[in-house]
Write a protein that binds this ligand. Structure first.
Ligand code: SAM
Length: 421
């Protein structure tokens, strides 16, 4: 492991006093690894026989577990039943207290661990606006939410201040999982050690305060916000909160929590919970719904479920926009809702996101794949299948992994290119 910076160690020694030797011993240990069960699709109990690798439960998250395997290609990961997440990072969303139906914003959302956790707590109701400033990371965020089968998310790609101008006093709950100096990543990420300096910590704190001030504008009166980081520095944690509260008399601090590697089984996280006093609450102009006719024709032919809500069309692609999001005017969205499909050569082609958001019983046709067939499927192969004709879900233990087309006893593979290999 790269040697930890002397100035970092001196600061930790001053901060922790008698606890410093325990912290130092923990810093030399192995990092904790964890995963969260995606309860949009499965319960922890039902997952156990399909994915028997959990070695203990995370104390602060009922759906969080420790494990020690590389599981990216396991069926449970491919079907979106689990999400690999550092255990201490699970604290932030637990602190946010999301309820089904809330309008939520995850302002710094990629790659999407916490967005997925918020979506599970929404249980398909209300709204998740998952925003990420980096276009490349926003794409990864959209792919992760797609795999998890999240149907009520909008993936945005905006600067926090531009977003604040569009959504004043709009959200019930906001998560600000701010970019930070990453001291809690030191055991896992040598680049974070190399980049560290007191000046970097200071500039992170400046940026964090600015992001938090934009977030505050978007919280409705009576709403709650969680500010979190994966760093230990007081300057970026309690310091940012204190400076923010100095300028915002309409916010109160409810709690500040720390997960530390020498006192908890996790890499380290900070989460501060804030509440905005009763006050403004804004609505947004309604969405002008697009014509869903091409989707409805596909739905009648291939599905046993009817999706309701506002529809939006971009070119030949049709989306279902989450309830209450309102107009998309002036909003830079990478994905303005659940992608339903696109019209290609006059025919409706269902989107991978639609398949992942549905349940086994929603499909008229489904083909079960065993582990060997699943591997072949993700290599992009056509598989032998029962007789039938039309779009069918490829399933692993009853959980969708993508669309196929049944033709003459074969299942033609419609998995997107970015998932193959
Ligand atoms: N919440 C994410 C999760 O659970 O997967 C992790 C978020 S990471 C700690 C912080 C994110 O903030 C990064 O994706 C980074 O690209 C983004 N970011 C960087 N600069 C930013 C800025 N000025 N405003 C908002 N977000 C920024």
């Amino acid at each position: 492991m790269t040697k930890l910076p002397e100035k970092f160690l001196a600061r930790m020694r001053a901060d922790l006093g008698a606890d410093y030797p325990a912290f130092l011993a923990a810093a030399e240990g192995e990092p904790w690894r964890g995963f969260r069960v995606n309860t949009l699709k499965i319960s922890p109990e039902a997952l156990r026989p399909l994915f028997p690798f959990a070695s203990g439960r995370v104390d602060w998250c009922g759906e969080g577990f420790y494990y020690d395997v590389r599981a990216g290609r396991h069926g449970a990961a491919r079907a979106g039943l689990i999400y690999s997440q550092e255990p201490s990072a699970m604290i932030a969303v637990e602190e946010l207290g999301v309820s089904p139906g809330d309008r939520t914003l995850d302002l710094c959302a990629a790659p999407g661990g916490k967005s997925g956790q918020i979506a599970a707590k929404l249980k398909g109701r209300g709204l998740l606006a998952a925003n990420e400033v980096s276009p490349a990371r926003a794409k990864i965020l959209a792919e992760n939410l797609e795999r998890l089968g999240v149907a009520n998310a909008v993936v945005l790609n905006m600067q926090p201040d531009a977003l604040a101008a569009r959504f004043p006093a709009f959200f019930d709950k906001i998560l600000v999982d701010a970019p930070c100096s990453g001291e809690g990543m030191f055991r896992r990420d040598e680049a974070a050690v190399r980049e560290w300096s007191p000046e970097h910590v200071r500039s992170c704190a400046q940026r964090q305060l600015k992001i938090l001030c934009s977030a505050a504008e978007m919280l409705r009166g009576g709403g709650e916000l969680v500010y979190s980081t994966c760093t230990f520095s007081r300057e970026e944690n309690e310091g940012v909160i204190a400076r923010f509260l100095d300028t915002r008399a309409d916010f109160e601090l409810i709690s500040q929590k720390r997960i530390m590697p020498h006192t908890h089984r996790g890499e380290g996280h900070f989460a501060a919970r804030l509440r905005r006093a009763d006050g403004p609450s804004a609505e947004r102009p309604a969405l002008k719904s697009a014509d869903p006719a091409p989707y409805r024709a596909f739905e009648a032919e291939s599905l046993r479920v009817r999706l309701e809500g506002g529809f939006a069309a971009f070119g030949d692609t049709l989306y279902l926009v989450p309830e209450g999001f309102g107009s998309l005017d002036g909003v830079r969205a990478l994905c303005p809702g659940l992608m339903l499909g696109e019209i290609k050569k006059g025919r409706f082609e269902p989107a991978h996101a639609l398949c992942m958001a549905l349940k086994k019983q929603d499909f008229r046709l489904g083909v079960e794949l065993d582990d060997a067939a699943l591997d072949a499927w993700f290599r992009g192969e056509t598989l032998p299948a029962p007789e039938g004709r039309g779009f069918a879900a490829a399933l692993w233990h009853g959980f969708p992994v993508g669309w196929g087309k049944l033709v003459d006893g074969r299942l033609k593979n419609h998995l997107p290119k970015y998932l193959r290999g």
